[in-house]
Design a binder for this molecule. Structure first.
Ligand code: TXA
Ligand code: MG
Length: 393
């Protein structure tokens, strides 16, 4: 019991809001019989009773899921008080805090279990918020903003010294994103400050595209999820580095290289091995499903691998476009949609669904055209590069 007490005191020292359930134990009983339980709130660690005969169980906070203006107002209040709130964007849900409040931003890292050298991107709702965030808005940045913002893109720009180091993880640049989702914009407006936010998943898990996904990962760790339904795009924003001589895509997304090249005249993709992390997130293990995962070159390859696995007594599922699924009779499938946008929107929900129900996921290759290339960028990493081909070819 003393051990539990010490552990929980440490949690308080970590700066958690302290709401404790205190059990009083009878001194005489050998097994420390519980005689009374009560719940109290403490604002500081010092206020906690220190007797060895108290066992203090720190309660996790309740996570509310709310929607509408009421949710936005409450979210803004929480952010104003230095708290963190999950909110919808058109790409994936974010977990936000006041970008200028280092202690609040620290809570994001803690709630997600995110390594502190992986910087956050800063979300704005209007261009005027760029003052105080970036050192300069280059002509290329102006052109990219005019073409793609608001929308699913993040621009890496030289940062202003006002941005706390914890946001940029000590880099001299900062990622700026202006989401197009009306709730995200209303929320940022109501907060009256730029919002630092990573995706609202537990670190290393797939990004959340619904309030339920956020709840599954962060329940008890954050006070509020603003529910905006399912995210329209479904994968994270394109990250475009404009702090280097040649504009460079660090993470592909719905805004594709072709679209950017049309506006900026040229763009390159970052393929290098990550030693000094360019997008620091790149150096961490990518999301790997809780079950097996393999990319199949086409529907035939998926069928062959599926049947092989079934013969071994394993239960796999095929994730593919609707038309590929229709061709796979006798195979358990999870259709992702008819067009590219639908596939992109559904892919993370399908991965989350499948990973807890099956021994493995077979993902039929979507090709590299447009947004499908960006989806496959995530899927190939989840499969750890494993790919199967049909024996017929
Ligand atoms: O769509 C999105 O971008 C979502 C929504 C919530 O806006 N956010 C998101 O954040 O995906 P996060 O933290 O999960 O991914 C952001 C990536 C990380 O890999 C991080 O390393 C990289 O952006 N990043 C952030 N600041 C950077 C910087 N200054 N230079 C290079 N990469 C940066
Ligand atoms: Mg993320």
């Amino acid at each position: 019991m003393q051990e539990q007490y010490a552990k929980n005191l440490k949690k308080c020292a970590d700066g958690r809001k302290i709401r404790a359930k205190i059990y009083t134990y009878a001194k005489k009983s050998k097994d420390f019989l519980r005689t009374r339980a009560r719940r109290e709130s403490f604002s500081t660690k010092k206020q906690l009773p220190r007797s060895a005969f108290w066992a203090i169980i720190i309660e996790s906070m309740e996570t509310m899921i709310m929607s509408g203006d009421e949710a936005i107002a409450l979210g803004a209040k929480i952010v104003g008080e230095g708290g963190i709130v999950a909110f919808p964007t058109e790409t994936v849900y974010g977990l936000g805090a006041d970008a200028f409040n280092a202690a609040a931003v620290q809570k994001i890292y803690r709630a997600k279990g995110r390594p502190s050298d992986n910087p956050l991107i800063v979300h704005i709702s209007r261009e005027s918020q760029l003052d105080g965030l970036v050192a300069e808005v280059t002509p290329a940045a102006k052109a990219a903003m005019a073409a793609f913002m608001p929308g699913p893109i993040t621009l890496i720009l030289p940062k202003s010294s006002a941005v706390p180091d914890i946001v940029s993880a000590g880099l001299s640049t900062v990622g700026i994103r202006m989401p197009s989702h009306p709730i995200a914009r209303k929320f940022i407006d109501a907060c009256k400050t730029p919002i630092a936010a990573p995706s609202a998943n537990a670190s290393k898990h797939v990004s959340p595209t619904s309030a339920a996904h956020v709840f599954a990962d962060l329940q008890g760790r954050i006070p509020l999820i603003i529910d905006g339904g399912e995210c329209e795009v479904g994968i994270e924003s394109t990250i475009l580095d404009l702090s280097v001589p040649v504009p460079t895509i660090l993470r592909p997304g719905a805004i594709t290289a072709e679209m950017i090249a049309e506006v900026l005249g040229g763009v390159q993709t970052f393929e290098g091995k990550v030693m000094v992390a360019k997008a620091p997130g790149m150096k961490y293990t990518h999301y790997a499903p809780k079950c097996g995962a393999i990319v199949a070159a086409d529907a035939d390859a998926a069928r062959e691998e599926y049947l092989k696995r079934a013969a071994d007594g394993e239960s796999w599922v095929v994730l593919a476009r609707d038309k590929d699924c229709a061709a796979l009779d006798g195979v358990r499938t999870l259709p992702l949609g008819g067009d590219d946008a639908q596939v992109c929107r559904n892919v993370y929900a399908a991965l989350r669904y499948a990973e807890t129900r099956f021994d493995g996921i077979l993902f039929v290759d979507l090709g590299d055209k447009g947004v499908c290339g960006s989806v496959m960028n995530r899927v190939n990493k989840s499969a750890g590069g494993r790919k199967v081909f049909s024996s017929k070819k």
